[in-house]
Unconditional design. Structure first.
Lengths: 738, 164
């Protein structure tokens, strides 16, 4: 197939305008190949046409298309570097278009540290193939051997001094499927990959340029606010909206079952009207939630689907010397700085939604179902929001905007959630319980038994309106599809539950709990945060039992040289062997490979604990990471630093609170997160670059190791171990009670 | 009509006098920088300078602001003429999503205006009321330090009239 494609595309090169026809005739074959999985690299597998990724206009202007979204992690910058490298075009001359159902490839969700792995790999290969096509076109134009030509900043140049711009060569030649082989640039000759180029989006963000969906102002745009039920199970009994009729600027009150919203000409009018509408609404509010203090017991009592995901050797059923421990993790939230926002407009039979969703295509399907239209009638355009760290309120706000805009044809509708709506309605990271029973013998782990209980880690839209709040709240609600476990190797609650250590005898069991008393979905790193926290806490304890240094103990159980390299580098840069140990001061270590197949990360942390109050202070942290080929080392450092600080906030402070009917974590005072005073004094990230190796991703690799290294440092400093996340409150209680 | 003095310009606005400044800045005056983060004066994403003090604009009715000097991030530089703090935030790449950045820079500006050479502890303490969720705290502290050092350097060379 690829040989034929190449042959035809070569003919297309000759015939110029005919290329379009030729490539349409190729489409069924391409689809066939896709369905069988051609093995094309990265997301080229899903979207093999080169011009799905790269287009060059007749003036030589290069546009790169990615189906992934910029979530604040810097992917636009990194993808541009990759394209620049293989196209031989300066990065600043390349425009990057992100996820848009009308313009880009469908790359599913921007999640799981997959962007550079999927989209970066696709763009790298597509760009290299485009370069070869352009060189071939110039060779034909000049009747020269292609070996006498080279690409040079948007031009093809010959060894006898001829020069032609990409724009003159390109015609329709990129509307062809990618081939199986790409002539990638030797890593040693990289000019852009591996360089810490500045982020493309920061100049606007430091000076008030329009950067976010929140900043959109379309002609005739109106402002909407939703009034959400006070709790998950609340039902709207009655609402008398007559008071709103006299308020200034009111355009419309929308009621559909339990879905309630108000639209006004000006934003603050909408806020004022929302307050009045909320006061006028009478709800039936059953007590549907478990007692917070009993929530872990409640979860363990729910029916669970139990799967043994690892069985190796013969883990000892019982042993008097076994270390047995149970760990608990509270519900925790994404807590984005900007409450979710969306703009929608129904015009000429198409609903256009500007949204900071992680997945424009899966959201499009869900909104189409909500509106009862074909998905061709819905277009979702990714527009940046505040950092989301997973599935937050973005999709729900987009659905709200679409539902309201459907009632106001022609007018752009901007929906902005309030702070308490984001806090109380976003889907949280699931509460989890883990249990470990392990033994050591002769300085090694002899037996390892591990159980993890968790609700789902994904209730993403995925084409189903039942996953959207609006879809659940309207008078004829869409049923929420039953939650499912995310299959391994990525996993959900069991992500990173299988230890990568060389334990001779090990058994790991995943207890998937379909029930979800609180709304839950994907929070950065999913179950890996808790599983790595547990595994690495126990490893540190077992090292103590074995009388072996914790770093040495880990190395004894690690075969993978890249795993060993990050462990050794983090220990060396931290000065692990010279670390200070005194009452009230301690150090901890942790290692994990995210998803057992992505980022390698090792961390060491020094912390202090006031042994009279339990107050924890982070002193310093050192991380070593290996993300494969590093595209932008400072971008990687930024992700790992930020991941560490965010995980520190979760680990020390964060737990969603609730009573029997409502979420009571409503704002930053009832759900405090880390502030400047709690950030460590220093935080150094060392990147091990692996030129020529596959990209591994960077966005989530820090979460688990950060939590575990902090937990281990706190345990060393406090002289006692807390096995409940977050740590700070239980530690203070334990000290007060002792 | 209420008359506001924003970034050196006089602007008459017809919003309700009880409207918090944030909504007027973002919608009526079409200034993007100050962000809606909480509407509760808890996070700092909406910070602006009123006279020379950094305050949240999300709970500040415009009725109280006539005659006051209002400065937003846009008033501290833009385009090819970024201010020292803006440059420092770029140099240190002190952002990820950037949603808190405007508030951070405005807050830091107020500090450097009154204390051009703060200690690290003073910077940390001053920034305490601004929240960041991406976790770029240490980069922000470095950026403020960098801007402060640039101001020190410029202060020593008499030709410069650079303001923070």
């Amino acid at each position: 197939m690829s040989a034929i494609a190449r042959k035809i595309s070569r003919r297309a090169v000759l015939s110029g305008g005919a290329a379009l026809v030729v490539s349409f005739s190729l489409l069924p074959a391409v689809r066939l190949r896709s369905a069988e999985s051609s093995g094309l690299p990265g997301s080229l597998d899903r979207a093999p046409l080169l011009d799905a990724w790269i287009r060059i206009d007749e003036h030589g202007k290069v546009t790169v298309f990615t189906g992934k979204a910029e979530l604040g992690t810097g992917i636009k910058t990194a993808l541009r570097q990759i394209a620049a490298e293989e196209l031989f075009v300066a990065p600043e001359k390349i425009e990057v278009i992100t996820a848009d159902t009308a313009r880009t490839a469908n790359e599913g969700y921007t999640a799981g540290s997959h962007t550079i792995v999927d989209s970066g790999t696709a763009i790298m290969n597509a760009a290299a193939q485009v370069r070869v096509i352009l060189l071939g076109a110039a060779a034909q134009k000049w009747s020269m051997q292609v070996t006498r030509l080279r690409a040079d900043d948007g031009f093809v140049v010959s060894d006898d001094g001829k020069r032609v711009g990409y724009g003159e060569l390109v015609a329709q030649r990129l509307h062809v499927p990618a081939g199986a082989r790409s002539e990638l640039t030797e890593p040693g000759r990289h000019r852009y990959i591996g360089k810490s180029l500045h982020r493309v989006d920061l100049p606007a963000k430091v000076s008030g340029g329009a950067a976010y969906v929140h900043d959109m102002r379309l002609p005739g745009m109106v402002h909407a606010r939703v009034v959400r039920p006070p709790g998950y199970a609340a039902r709207l009994r009655e609402v008398d909206a007559s008071r709103l009729e006299k308020m200034p600027g009111i355009v419309k009150v929308v009621r559909d079952g339990n879905f309630l919203a108000v639209v006004a000409e000006r934003e603050y009018q909408a806020v004022t009207a929302m307050t009045a509408l909320a006061a006028a609404a009478k709800w039936d509010e059953p007590a549907s939630l478990p007692e917070q203090r009993d929530v872990f017991t409640h979860l363990l009592q729910q029916p669970a689907q139990t799967t043994t995901i690892l069985e190796r050797g013969t883990p000892a059923a019982d042993s008097a010397k076994a270390l047995e421990a149970t760990f608990r993790r509270s519900y925790q939230m994404h807590a984005s700085m900007g409450p979710s926002c969306a703009v929608a407009q129904s015009k000429d039979g198409v609903m256009t939604v500007w949204t900071h969703t992680q997945g424009v295509f899966p959201l499009r399907g869900a909104i189409a179902q909500l509106l009862g239209v074909d998905q061709e009638r819905v277009r979702c355009i990714h527009t940046e929001g505040a950092g989301c760290y997973g599935h937050n309120g973005a999709d729900d706000a987009a659905a709200d905007a679409a539902l309201i805009a459907a009632a106001l044809p022609g007018r752009p509708v901007r929906v902005q959630w309030m702070r308490e709506q984001e806090h109380t309605w976003e889907p949280y990271g699931s509460a989890m319980v883990t249990k470990v029973r392990a033994t050591v013998q002769d300085g090694r782990v002899a037996s390892w038994q591990y159980d993890v209980w968790s609700s789902t880690h994904s209730t993403r839209p995925s084409g189903n309106a039942g996953n959207l709040l609006a879809g659940q709240h309207i008078a004829k609600p869409h049923p929420q599809p039953p939650p499912r476990a995310i299959p391994l190797p990525d996993g959900g609650g069991d992500r990173n539950a299988i230890p990568l250590y060389t334990f001779a005898n090990a058994k790991v069991v995943h207890h998937f709990i379909p029930a979800m008393p609180l709304r839950v979905s994907s929070l950065r790193s999913l179950g890996a945060y808790m599983n790595v926290f547990t595994t690495e806490s126990v490893m540190e304890e077992l090292a103590g039992e074995a009388g072996v240094d914790p770093v040495e103990f880990r190395l004894r159980h690690l075969d993978d040289p890249r795993a060993r390299a990050v462990v050794e580098l983090a220990a060396e840069k931290f000065g692990w062997t010279r670390r200070a140990q005194a009452p009230g001061r301690g150090c901890g270590f942790a290692y994990a490979r995210y998803k057992n197949q992505s980022t390698y990360a090792a961390m060491a942390v020094e912390a202090s604990v006031d042994r009279s109050t339990g107050a924890i202070e982070l002193i310093r942290a050192v991380a070593a990471v290996d993300c494969g080929q590093a595209v932008n080392p400072d971008g990687i450092r930024n992700q790992i630093e930020g991941g560490f600080v965010q995980a520190a906030s979760w680990t020390l402070f964060e737990a969603v609170s609730f009573d029997r009917s409502r979420i009571t974590s409503r704002d930053w005072s009832s759900y405090p997160i880390l502030r400047f005073s709690a950030a460590p004094q220093s935080l150094d990230v060392h990147v091990i670059d692996r030129p020529g190796q596959p990209f591994l991703g960077a966005g989530e690799g820090a979460q688990g190791p950060a939590a575990a290294a902090i937990g281990n440092a706190v345990a060393a400093a406090a002289g006692q171990r807390i096995r409940e996340l977050p740590l700070q409150a239980p530690l203070a209680r334990a000290i007060a009670n002792s | 009509m209420i008359t506001l003095h924003v970034n050196g310009r006089t602007r008459a606005v017809d919003d309700d006098p009880q409207t918090p400044l944030l909504y007027v800045l973002r919608n009526t005056l079409e200034l993007n920088a100050a962000k809606f983060g909480c509407g509760l004066a808890q996070c700092g994403a909406c910070m602006v300078l009123i006279d020379d003090e950094a305050v949240p604009s999300c709970v500040l009715p415009i009725a109280t602001l006539e005659g006051r000097k209002i400065t937003t991030l846009e008033g501290l530089g833009g385009g090819d003429a970024l201010g020292p703090l803006q440059r420092a935030f770029v140099e240190e790449q002190a952002a990820q999503c950037g949603y808190c950045t405007a508030g951070m820079i405005v807050r830091a500006h107020a500090l450097l205006s009154s204390n051009p050479a703060p200690t690290d502890a003073q910077i940390r303490q001053h920034m305490e009321m601004n929240l960041c969720r991406c976790g770029v705290h240490l980069r922000v502290l470095r950026a403020v330090r960098r801007a402060s050092e640039e101001l020190q350097k410029n202060r020593k060379s008499p030709a410069s009239d650079s303001q923070p």
